[in-house]
Every structure is written in C-alpha cells, then in structure tokens.
Design a protein around this ligand. Structure first.
Ligand SMILES: Nc1ncnc2c1ncn2[C@@H]1O[C@H](COP(=O)(O)OP(=O)(O)OP(=O)(O)O)[C@@H](O)[C@H]1O
Ligand SMILES: [Mg+2]
Length: 226
C-alpha cells in the first residue's frame, strides 16, 4: 500500500517583527514531512520555533515563505475562510494548558468542536459521549473543567481533538502541566489511538520520556532542522 503523506512542508520561514530593527527569525527554513500513521515528536531547545511551526502546520498562522501541503491540498494561497474549514475538519489540537472553555461541561466542550466541524447535534452528542467513554470519562461528562483533575482535563481535550476525525493531531507540550505518571498515561492513550485507529500525531515535547514513546523524532535548533 502506498503511504499517504499528510503534511509536506518545505522551506518554512517565519519572522516576528517587533520594531523596525528588532526582527525575530523564529523559523529560518524548516522542512517537514508527516506520513499517515506517524507518531512523531518534535524536540529542541526553548525558543527554537516548535510552537511557531505547530501554528503554521495547524493553519493558525501563515509562513512568510515556504510551501505547505496538508492531506494533498496546497495551503499557501488559501483564503482565511477555507483555511478555517480545513482546520476545523482535518486538524485536531491538544495544548499544554488544555484550553477548555471553563463555563462548559466536558461533554459540551467536546461537542462544540464537533459543531465547528459541521456535525449535526445528535451525531456530535453521540460521538462526544463515545469518545469520553473511550477515554474513561463516562462518569465525568457533566463536570466543568475546574471540577476535573489535570489528567482528566487533558483527556477531555483529547476527545475534543478527535471529534471531527482529523487527518492530523497536533499536540504542543500535551503533558507539560502533568506529573510524570499522568504524562505517561496520556502518552499511552495517544499511542493507543495511533495504533488502533491509525491516527497521525505530531507532538512537541521537551520531556525525553515523552519523546521516547514516539516512533520518530524531529529535531529543531535555532529555527532550522537539526
Ligand atoms: N508572537 C510573537 N511575537 C514575537 N516573537 C515571537 C512570537 N512568538 C514567538 N516568538 C519568538 O520566536 C521564537 C520561537 O518561538 P516559539 O514559541 O516557536 O519557540 P518554542 O520552540 O515553542 O519554545 P518553547 O519550548 O519555550 O515553547 C522565540 O525566540 C520567541 O521569542
Ligand atoms: Mg512552545
């Protein structure tokens, strides 16, 4: 079977202009390829451009230069509205700080992402419940984020990332705020999703125990592939 390429990026550059004289070159020409079923870690020192890269791959930001294809579609000249659609449907995000909406329950948080992905109410409720159950949260679905532990909140965020059955899941320090035992539990959950459902993951981490669980390691340094 031919391997499907989910992300193909070449020569990505991104600078942040702070003032006329102060320009921070966050990415200086990064290449990256992600195949279907990959479970890869991105590692590198603080400030090397990992989050900037994730934002660009996740269509939350645009590169100054370079090309980006996601699931075979050229993203470089995409209009914002189309980019938003693709982002909602094809890409799931997991962040360090969980980023759940505090006023919504676990179930509502997961369902909301399904709404952005264009799913009908009944379908997204069923799927959200199923995912929360899969993640062991069946008796926490009506809890708000502040009524959940860190690991439970991160599992809600994982369910949210999965609801639209994305082609790619981007995780930026997904275990950054968790203790080491919970971190490894979360990594086991992600790995299981990768193994059983062939979900494709790209995971930024500075935790070498987390990186060890990954199948491939992509290194960045000073805004370049290292
Ligand atoms: N919005 C911004 N405006 C200006 N500079 C920025 C902005 N975001 C990031 N930078 C700078 O770009 C560089 C890359 O930042 P980035 O957040 O991608 O690093 P990182 O590898 O994710 O670091 P960390 O491991 O600390 O999260 C850093 O030097 C940072 O200071
Ligand atoms: Mg970062």
């Amino acid at each position: 079977m031919k391997e499907k390429i989910i992300v193909k990026a070449k020569g990505l550059k991104k600078s942040y202009k702070m003032s006329k004289r102060n320009i921070v070159a966050a990415l200086r020409g990064v290449d990256i390829e992600v195949k279907e079923g990959d479970f890869s870690a991105i590692i590198g020192p603080s400030g090397c451009g990992k989050s900037t890269l994730m934002h660009i791959l996740g269509l939350l930001d645009r590169p100054d230069e370079g090309t980006l294809e996601i699931d075979g579609v050229d993203m470089s000249r995409l209009k914002e509205k189309k980019a938003y659609k693709i982002r909602s449907k094809k890409i799931g995000f997991i962040f360090q700080g969980f980023n759940l909406i505090p006023t919504l329950t676990a179930l509502e948080n997961v369902m909301l992402a399904g709404k952005y992905g264009g799913m009908r109410t009944k379908e997204r409720k069923e799927r959200a419940k199923k995912l929360l159950k899969l993640l062991g949260l069946q008796d926490r679905i009506n809890h708000k984020p502040n009524e959940l532990s860190g690991g439970q909140q991160q599992r809600v965020a994982i369910a949210r990332a999965l609801i639209n059955d994305p082609a790619l899941i981007l995780a930026d320090e997904p275990t950054g705020e968790l203790d080491s035992k919970t971190s490894l539990e979360i990594m086991e959950i992600l790995k299981k999703l990768n193994r059983k459902e062939n979900k494709t993951f790209l995971i930024v981490t500075h935790n070498l125990d987390v990186a060890k669980v990954c199948k491939k390691i992509i290194r960045l340094k000073d805004g370049l592939n290292a």
